[in-house]
Design a protein around this ligand. Structure first.
Ligand code: HEM
Length: 521
């Protein structure tokens, strides 16, 4: 039963100013902290000092808004004729300049329609209502998303949305009532972005980072029998899948893999032996889209859908990234896989792997830019919120020079984020218009270069954000938690899906292919 909330005057609150009865006001809401004070993580005395008073400013000097959401039990009422001013409702669009893509902040756009706005509004509200509370707790505990959340995400159509436009969407009611036929790459981009804007990188990856790269090989190359069984289960959130390619001695150099798949004499099974390393979501996956060697040389690589079962073990790799992402070391010892689980034909492994490479890189970019923009928003808020010697950081004359640098950094961050976002939107538009073949020819280079540029921007923003937040930028909980998580994890995007060095080289090599023979200085 919900408790009855009182309407109180400021005088009434002022009377509760002792340890025996301590009330405080935060943004017009009255909290009874009498019993809580002794348990307050910031200390008893500091909170009792503001008993009976309006503690809004004091509160926001030390806490993120989300702290209040964890303590509804302390609320006893609100101040008469006053309303909270610092309210952000789930699903809201941020009013902080540059905190959102420009089309959400009053700018015209040729790319986004009402359908994209409806999709974003519904996806954002769903994620903030249904996923974020678990995400904040599980990220701290290094736990991947629960089975319950996965099923909710499946039912919402958000898992299916992250795979992109296609037939698989027809089985789902998509967020915002968007029809499968109207769904394009901008809808998909929004789906990736919405998961990335909460400063919960490990948990965020637990909800589908493996799926977005592990399921496409099944969708595009699986037999009908395998597709009918696996695709629905995964997109409904009942089973989890990952992409299992890299090995302890093989990263971007896929041709070097040594995991073997040998056919049984009756031709009904492959027997798989080998090890895989850095496999995102491996610890919680049921299916593993796995690169194996069925013959010699680059033409001897095949893709198999391996299922969790006897002989297959996953072990968590302790990365600086996050335990929630379930990055794993996988051992496969005589794992029996039905030949029907072959994805494509024997020896076609490279083609299967390459098929989704551009898409994979593009979706990493979508998430990377959105997470970076979120860091910029945090810096903006912090610079306006942080008080030193009784004044906002931004107003302190004694450290004006330092603040000038911060503002300069801030501006540079915005410019960089806006620049990569605009290139991303241009590329996404091309994806909507071009056939798969044309995309492969024309977009591989720009996507590689944009991935490189996005992670370089993330590097700069992370570095500057840490300087702006000071000690909080390296503290896992509290005001700087987003900045800390970002500086610890953005490198993931600079390595996964092709390292920055490989991206740079690929971008130039692709451009060389269309370099005109008659071009001279
Ligand atoms: C409803 C009221 C409050 C609640 C529920 C609350 C809760 C918390 C929590 C959970 C933390 C741990 C850090 C975090 O997760 O962000 C914390 C830290 C802290 N709190 Fe509070 N608090 C309240 C009010 C206040 C007030 C009014 C003050 C100051 C007058 C205060 C001062 C602090 C300080 C100094 C810290 C340590 C911050 C740091 O480590 O940088 N708190 N509080």
């Amino acid at each position: 039963m919900s408790k009855e909330l009182k309407t109180l005057t400021r005088q009434e609150v002022a009377a509760h100013n002792t340890a025996k009865s301590a009330w405080i006001i935060v943004d017009s809401i009255v909290y009874d902290i009498t019993n809580f004070a002794a348990m307050h993580p910031g200390g008893e005395q500091i909170i009792l000092e503001v008993a009976g008073k309006d503690a809004t400013e004091a509160f926001y000097s030390f806490h993120r808004q989300e702290v209040l959401n964890k303590y509804p039990r302390l609320i006893i009422g609100s101040i008469v004729n006053e309303k909270p001013k610092i309210v952000v409702k789930n699903g809201d669009i941020s009013k902080v300049p540059y905190a959102e893509s420009s089309y959400l902040q009053g700018f015209h756009s040729v790319y986004y329609t009402d359908s994209h706005r409806r999709f974003l509004a519904a996806a954002r509200k769903f994620i903030e209502d249904e996923v974020k509370p678990e995400a904040l707790t599980f990220e701290e505990m290094d736990k991947p998303a629960s089975a319950e959340t996965f099923k909710k995400l499946g039912a919402s159509g958000l898992l299916a949305s992250r795979i992109g436009p296609g037939e698989h969407l027809k089985a789902f009611n998509l967020p915002g009532g968007v029809k499968a036929e109207e769904f394009d790459y901008f809808h998909e981009m929004i789906a990736h972005e919405e998961f990335s804007r909460h400063g919960i990188p490990g948990y965020q990856d637990s909800i589908g980072a493996g799926m977005v790269i592990g399921l496409p090989p099944v969708i595009h190359f699986g037999s009908k029998q395998v597709k009918d069984r696996v695709v629905g289960e995964v997109l409904r959130g009942e089973k989890r899948i990952c992409l299992s390619i890299t090995e302890p001695h093989v990263g971007s150099d896929v041709a070097g893999i040594t995991t073997t798949a040998t056919k049984t004499p009756d031709g009904k099974f492959y027997i798989v032996n080998g090890v895989k390393k850095w496999i995102t979501n491996g610890t919680s996956s049921d299916y593993f889209s796995t690169a194996v060697r069925t013959g010699d040389g680059p033409g001897g690589i095949s893709m198999l859908l391996v299922e969790r079962g006897p002989g297959l073990e996953t072990k968590r790799i302790k990365t600086s990234y996050s335990g929630a992402a379930g990055t794993s070391y996988i051992t496969m010892e005589n794992v029996k896989v039905p030949v029907e689980n072959l994805l494509g034909r024997e020896g076609m492994g490279f083609q299967v792997i390459m098929y989704n490479f551009n898409h994979e890189r593009w979706l990493i970019i979508c998430g990377m830019i959105r997470a970076t923009r979120y860091v910029v928003e945090e810096c903006f808020k912090w610079a306006h919120q942080r008080k030193v010697f009784g004044k906002k950081l931004i107003e302190q004359p004694v450290i004006r020079n330092k603040l000038a640098h911060m503002l300069t950094f801030g501006n540079v961050q915005i410019a960089e984020v806006e620049a990569v976002q605009n290139w991303l939107e241009n590329i996404t538009y091309q994806m909507n218009k071009m056939s798969y073949k044309e995309q492969s020819q024309k977009l591989a280079g720009p996507i590689a270069l944009l991935k490189l540029q996005s992670t370089r921007v993330a590097h700069n923003v992370s570095d500057n954000a840490c300087q702006i937040f000071g000690g909080r930028g390296i503290t896992k909980t509290g005001m700087g938690r987003v900045i800390e998580a970002f500086q610890r994890t953005y490198k993931f995007g600079a390595i996964l899906g092709g390292s920055e060095e490989i991206m740079a080289d690929l971008g130039v090599r692709q451009a060389m292919k269309s370099f005109p023979a008659d071009a001279r200085l």
